[in-house]
Ligand binder design. Sequence first.
Ligand SMILES: Cc1cc2nc3c(=O)[nH]c(=O)nc-3n(C[C@H](O)[C@H](O)[C@H](O)COP(=O)(O)O)c2cc1C
Length: 314
Amino acid sequence: MPAPTIWLAPLRGVTLAPFRRLLAERFGGVDAALAPFAALGSSEKVPARIFADAAASLGGPLPTVPQVIGRDPAALRAAGRVLRDLGFERMDLNCGCPWKFVARKGRGSGLPEDADAFARMLEAGCEAMPGGFSIKVRLGYRTPDTLAARADLINSFPLRCVAVHPRTGAQMYGGAADLDAFAAVLPLLRAPVVYNGDIASPADAARVLARFPSLAGIMVGRGLCARPGLAAEIRGAPPAPREAVAAFARDLAAEYAAALCGPAPLLGRLKELWGYLHRSFEEGDDGLRRIQRAADPDALFSAVEALTGRPARP
Ligand SMILES: Cc1cc2nc3c(=O)[nH]c(=O)nc-3n(C[C@H](O)[C@H](O)[C@H](O)COP(=O)(O)O)c2cc1C
């Protein structure tokens, strides 16, 4: 049996193109990534620039699938055309975003709650990206039974894969991923299924893969942001040295400093990154407090150097 695919899950503001490229180059072990979502409106005019982040990974070391969020089938068809023109053969629809203001508008984890709207989007996506359309879903928005109730509908479309994060939208990221609910829904889905949620160590991955041998893959988000060598470790490599993690962060900071305008966006981007990456270091919790208090990038770099003992300035 081929080894299951290891996906990098999308984290908006964190798993951006430079992160994806450096992750693959420095640590390996990851087969593919979903890009953070690009939002579609209700217009058929979909500008190619909303896919700039995903497009920056075309031809790079980590194959990246663009993701969209929305509920308008015409906009989804237009997005498919734009993506094919850019050279993509795959497109993913976000059916899992938990934020209230998104879900209440019937987008993200709110979309599968409306069976008709969901069906129209599945149809449009499969037509727009033949053979390459996938979805990322939760168990439901308020209750954990929506996905199971939509299984027949999902099975009536030729999806490339379905990534399942077994929480409800209302749960956000609280509590634990519900592996028993996942076990109940897995046999109902005909498309290849990718498991996503709370994989933070090689042991977590081994447990999921042993319990669900039919999985097409696992998708790891926060775990890989906290421990960039995790995918390689899942494949049997030793833990990445701390120096490699510190160098990864420094080189990422250099790319962000070159791409972002001014200190405030850079500070925000790096605080978000270190919100996860501090876990790679023993004194991580104390170090994070200092990092989060930094008023400018220089103070942040000093806090990072105190935590890692390595140069942090780009
Ligand atoms: C800050 C943040 C941003 C996220 N952005 C996206 C996104 O753009 N698209 C998406 O499908 N999921 C998004 N997610 C959800 C993750 O992809 C993933 O499903 C979730 O974190 C659970 O997996 P994990 O436990 O491996 O992190 C985001 C999660 C977080 C915490």
